[in-house]
Design a protein around this ligand. Structure first.
Ligand SMILES: O=C(O)CCC(=O)C(=O)O
Ligand SMILES: [Fe+2]
Length: 345
């Protein structure tokens, strides 16, 4: 394993991705970006998570041995910092430049902050510590990612821990151009797809493939594992990758706790790329109505990312303008941007 190259891992200036970074995501399949989001906000999200998740080494920590937060940090989370990261203009701006669409054309489909506890290797085929090489598309979309040059989604991992303390860097296979044998199409040489069983643990997965699909095992042994590079994250680093990027989670140091915020944005109109959580409106009616307030204070673009109609949408008529104002006026929503039909941030 070698570290990622310099162009894959660059500081970001003023929240904007550089042309080199955009090029790298669009061609090599990922970038690791430092200093994109404000440190104070990231620290608050980490503090909220540490307040909620059990310390490593405790019995309670044993219950968190897989994906997700069991809804605790699913958007909209109780942690306001977590929600603010999810809709942060710098994050949305970065995603829009990767997909080359406006922020208003993005849609949120995943936002959850979860722990990964370092523990000794397990003998279970679904163990999540040392993952098999995979692409994320199978449990995000009903179809298959479109051809490489027309990406429809951005996958994101924001690290709220430090690699030096936790290990557990995500390993990624950089794509080396259209002829790269690792990136042949369709992407089906992976457990859980095209009739193969779903196996998460690397050793179990590769042994299973050697027995049932030796060609698939040979492809992975030749083209994927030897080429993986580690995304050596810092606190607050953001890994942008894709539904068609080969990658995998690697073991966290035993006794350590790695916290990550996982997000996905897609292009509006890609209905086959599913929202992984309950719809955002399912979070209305909570005590103190945080979701109602969030909608009211969000910008026009942030609301659009949650599926709220943009100015100019056929949804808006004088009747609906009045009705939505009546619903949200109490929380301070300003309906006027929707009245004049232009997008105002
Ligand atoms: O946690 C990581 O570093 C990567 C996890 C991952 O790729 C996944 O769960 O799909
Ligand atoms: Fe993944």
């Amino acid at each position: 394993m070698i570290a990622q190259t310099r162009e894959d891992s660059q500081p970001v200036e003023q929240g904007e991705l550089t042309p080199l970074q955009i090029h790298s995501w669009q061609n090599r399949g990922f970038i690791l970006v430092h200093n994109l989001l404000p440190g104070a906000l990231l620290k608050q999200a980490r503090a909220d998570a540490l307040n909620s998740y059990p310390p490593p080494g405790t019995d309670q920590a044993k219950h968190f041995d897989n994906f997700g937060s069991a809804q605790k940090f699913v958007f909209p989370a109780e942690s306001r910092a977590c929600n603010d990261i999810t809709l942060h203009p710098r994050l949305l701006g970065a995603v829009s430049s990767l997909l080359e669409v406006s922020v208003g054309e993005l849609r949120l489909t995943q936002s959850d902050l979860w722990p990964k506890y370092g523990r000794p290797p397990s003998a279970h085929n679904l163990d999540n510590a040392d993952q098999r090489m995979h692409c994320d598309y199978p449990n995000h979309t009903l179809t298959h990612p479109p051809p490489w040059d027309q990406p429809e989604a951005v996958e994101i991992i924001i690290y709220l821990s430090q690699f030096e303390q936790c290990g557990g860097a995500t390993a990624v296979v950089p794509r080396l151009g259209p002829e790269d044998p690792a990136y042949t199409w369709p992407i089906i040489n992976t457990p859980g797809v095209a009739g193969l069983n779903y196996v998460n643990d690397r050793h179990h997965a590769e042994n299973y493939l050697k027995e049932t699909a030796p060609g698939v095992a040979a492809f992975r042994a030749q083209h994927l594992y030897p080429r993986e590079v580690l995304a050596r994250y810092q606190f607050g680093s953001v890994l942008f990758y894709r539904h068609d990027t080969w990658h995998r989670g690697t073991p966290v140091t035993p006794g350590a706790l790695r916290l990550v915020h996982n997000l996905t944005f897609k292009k509006a109109g890609s209905d086959w790329v599913n929202v992984l959580h309950p719809g955002w409106s399912w979070s209305m009616y909570r005590r103190n109505q945080p979701m109602e307030h969030l909608i009211a204070r969000a910008s026009v673009e942030q609301r659009a990312v949650l599926g709220f109609p943009l100015p100019g949408s056929p949804y808006w008529t004088s009747a609906t303008l009045q009705a939505v104002q009546a619903r949200y006026g109490a929380y301070g929503l300003d309906i006027s941007p929707y009245r004049n039909g232009s997008v105002q941030g």
